[in-house]
Design a protein around this ligand. Structure first.
Ligand code: GAP
Length: 518
């Protein structure tokens, strides 16, 4: 598996992802996508939009799935009337518990501080005292390894071991909620234990002001999810798009969360993009539609080349479910830093539409003219929500594609990314910079770039040019050589197999189009 260090370095070196506002020292939790990163992200979003919204009934869906339903799109505003967030519960409930270290001035998410205690292996008279410090480190509790968590405290633990004999380290639960235990907690960089404040609720929404006044009446929020923009437009879409239940509304857009501890490259960012569907159906059919979307979304990642042995669909336990959810499952991917969520699929019942109907005073019930029972024709539909993160998907595709293999005794770095997602689809090279080869190669390049993002390169040995394209995942390289000038054939080399095929230049376009799937 690729190390995060190698991946981050490739992303920067080749222009996939940069630290945001890097020349000013960056901004934690914010990232900029460079020339190749932006192509990758656009391809992911286009694949999602095409497969889920525009051609949703032509793509490979789970067997026996119904296809006769509508999917439409939406692009709602990022800043909305703040009542939206009152109704959705985000103003009161979108909180993380936060603790501050008074000494180092570092802020932590209390539920992501993992605390260890030292347990003597053999009780000895001069063994470790029961009040020896508890060691805390920030990490996503289920995905960060114990070794990484203990690393900042290793020196101190070693010295205590010398004094107190053999011991093992054991995770302690709830240490931060209990005042007595918190007094013994030592965080990285602090000189003594007990520097943490009691946990406080910290709202994750970014606040701003709309208009010239900066007072309570003009406060507004950057949306923390795109979903609410769909719910508040439910009636507009029903009234204008001639959709009939069951149907879905999809949206792709930015979301903002003031995460206390952004981490793991782009995995947990403060500004990110979501690809969300709200699928409206009858309450009685919601369980079936939930299963349908759960499988369809899982299959989508596999169809785009993510290794199935690194993906899993995890159904939430009842005690994990939000109070309004009837069911929820996560699509999880095995990242180099641990297995974690790519996307959540939830049965949100009629909670959101009911909340918005109550808070806005508007009747958001759907009129179902297919319902035989007259009294049951007006109702609030249930909602199945597949909610994916574009940045997390991009990170998973990059991690999965990164390979180092041996080609004729030479190590090469290659991104074996699905051709549909590859930032550059085709690179065109003249074998040498003379005899009319650059001119013929440029004509071909100009033809191809009308269809696909393509690249022209005439610098350096041909092998070096192939390696440069392998590293950024270009699936096809086309070389114009001496024979091209005689019979207009070219050599097409495939990235993964390195196989070379000779074909007429006029067929290159359709050859690539077939494989890229556009
Ligand atoms: N409307 C439901 C919702 O927003 P969520 O689980 O909070 O659910 C959905 O977010 C997806 O958005 C996640 O599965 C993840 O892919 C992405 N996401 C959430 N927070 C993120 C963050 N801080 N950085 C990057 N992606 C994030």
């Amino acid at each position: 598996m690729v190390s995060m260090d190698k991946l981050v370095s490739l992303c920067k070196r080749r222009g996939f992802i940069f630290q945001s506002s890097e020349i000013y020292g960056g901004l934690n939790g914010c990232w900029d996508y460079g020339p190749l990163g932006v192509e990758l992200k656009r391809n992911i979003k286009a694949a999602w939009w095409d497969d889920m919204i525009r051609h949703h009934d032509q793509t490979i869906a789970p067997s026996g799935a119904p296809s006769a339903f509508h999917m439409v799109g939406l692009d709602s505003a990022i800043v909305m009337n703040p009542e939206v967030w009152n109704a959705s519960g985000h103003i009161d409930g979108f909180n993380d518990p936060m603790v501050d270290c008074r000494e180092t001035k570092t802020r932590y998410r209390a539920d992501q501080l993992v605390v260890f205690r030292m347990v003597p292996e053999t009780p000895e008279p001069d063994g470790l005292k029961s009040e020896s410090p508890l060691f805390a480190s920030p990490g996503e509790t289920d995905i960060t390894s114990d070794e990484d968590l203990i690393a900042p405290h290793r020196k101190r633990i070693k010295s205590l071991t010398r004094q107190g004999g053999e011991h093992r380290l054991e995770r302690v639960s709830d240490a931060l909620l209990d005042d007595d235990l918190r007094a013994r907690v030592l965080v990285p960089g602090a000189g003594k234990p007990g520097t943490l404040t009691a946990p406080r609720a910290f709202n994750l929404m970014f606040k701003t002001y709309v208009g010239a006044l900066e007072d309570k009446s003009s406060a507004a929020y950057l949306r923390p999810e795109t979903a609410q923009g769909i719910f508040v437009n439910f009636k507009n879409v029903c009234d204008t798009a001639r959709v009939k239940i069951p149907f879905g509304i999809g949206q792709i857009g930015k979301a903002f969360r003031n995460e206390i501890n952004p981490r793991n490259f782009t995995f947990r960012s403060r500004e990110f993009e979501q690809m969300e569907i709200e699928f409206f159906c009858r309450a009685n059919d919601a369980a079936d539609w939930y299963r349908y979307w759960r499988e369809r979304r899982f299959q989508w990642y596999i169809n785009l080349g993510l290794s199935s042995d690194k993906l899993r669909l995890r159904e939430h336990d009842e005690n994990e479910l939000a109070h309004y959810a009837a069911a929820c499952a996560d699509v999880e991917y095995e990242f180099p830093f641990g297995t974690s969520e790519l996307e959540g699929i939830a049965n949100r019942t009629d909670y959101d539409l009911r909340q918005h109907a109550d808070y806005s005073g508007k009747d958001l019930r759907y009129f179902d003219d297919q319902e035989p029972e007259k009294d049951l024709r007006r109702y609030l539909p249930y909602v199945i929500e597949p909610s994916a993160g574009t940045d997390r998907a991009a990170l998973a595709f990059l991690c999965d594609a990164f390979n180092e293999d041996d080609i004729g005794g030479e190590l090469r770095t290659v991104l074996k990314i699905h051709p549909r997602l590859a930032p550059i689809k085709a690179a065109v090279f003249p074998l040498v910079k003379k005899d009319g080869m650059p001119e013929r190669a440029l004509t071909l390049f100009r033809e191809l770039r009308m269809q696909f993002n393509s690249y022209y390169d005439e610098k350096g040995a041909i092998g070096r040019r192939y390696r440069r394209q392998d590293e950024v995942g270009t699936p096809f390289c086309i070389t114009v050589d001496g024979d091209t000038l005689l019979d207009d054939t070219v050599t097409l080399r495939e990235r993964d197999s390195c196989e070379q095929t000779r074909l007429p230049a006029s067929e290159v376009n359709s050859f690539i189009r077939e494989r890229v799937g556009c």
